[in-house]
Ligand binder design. Structure first.
Ligand code: NDP
Length: 232
């Protein structure tokens, strides 16, 4: 039986490419996105390539919606063994650190921090119980506290918090073969990264796929770029 991978924010950008590459490796993929029509369109593109995926509506900023999505999957007998927390927002590129707006920071944290927390809470107990799981948190070098820069202060803060959460969740998943890691995809040509970015989505997802399919002796509780550890 192939394992099942759930990807958030998978209708476009890095999430879409991750869903595609995971499906190509032979995993069953649950392509989730907050807009059902966009999900259907993305699944249609994959279907044209001969890749069948299951689509689920999932807004990670909606706590109830995350629980409902998890319940729908349970009812359908789908067990999630790989979770790729990819959905993210960048709302304050170029913003000034002392001008961080409360509401903007809350909105950013809802997606970039609470989103991965909610999805992890929904599917990780099952992983721990079954003794197998791979969680990949798509973070950013902008969240490195050791190399901090004033780029997008609310976004950077949210990714630093996501890194901290990654570590906590990894500590909480020590039983069995459950691995929790964060990664930075580099600067990627997506709607978020813009057309001048240096990497294609195909290049960017390599580390995601690696972490999603790690062997039992692979790393956990780490932060990676290009399959190499980077500082938190
Ligand atoms: P895009 O803006 O191209 O795509 C973002 C995705 O996240 C979209 O599918 C979007 O859905 C989804 N999303 C946003 N909010 C929610 C929500 N509340 N619930 C569910 N889905 C949501 O960004 P990228 O593909 O470039 O980024 C993907 C990840 O990679 C992000 O976490 C980002 O921070 C990270 N990253 C990207 C870099 C880059 O250079 N591009 C660099 C470093 C990190 P919708 O279509 O509905 O808006």
């Amino acid at each position: 039986m192939p394992r099942t991978a759930l990807v958030t924010g998978a209708n476009r950008g890095i999430g879409f490419e991750a869903a595609r590459q995971l499906a190509r490796t032979g995993l069953d993929v649950v392509l989730t996105c907050r807009n059902a029509e966009a999900g259907a369109a993305a699944a249609g593109r994959l279907s044209d390539e001969g890749l069948a995926v299951r689509v689920e509506q999932l807004d990670v900023a909606d706590a109830t919606g995350v629980e409902e999505c998890a319940a729908r999957l349970r009812d359908a007998g789908v067990t999630v063994e790989v979770l790729v927390n990819n959905a993210g927002v960048l709302l304050d590129e170029g913003g000034a650190p002392l001008d961080i707006d409360d509401e903007l920071l809350r909105e950013t944290l809802e997606v970039n921090l609470f989103g991965p927390l909610r999805t992890s809470r929904a599917v990780m107990p099952g992983m721990i119980e079954r003794g197998y799981g791979r969680v990949v948190n798509v973070s950013s070098g902008a969240g490195q506290v050791t190399e901090a820069s004033p780029y997008a202060p609310a976004y950077s803060t949210s990714k630093a918090a996501l890194n901290a959460l990654t570590r906590q969740i990894a500590f909480g998943a020590r039983n069995g073969d459950v691995k929790v890691n964060a990664m930075c995809p580099g600067w990627v040509r997506t709607d978020m990264g813009g057309p001048s970015a240096t990497r294609s989505p195909e290049e960017a997802v390599d580390t995601i796929i690696w972490l999603a399919t790690l062997p039992p002796d692979g790393p956990t509780n780490g932060f990676f770029r290009d399959r190499r550890p980077i500082s938190w």
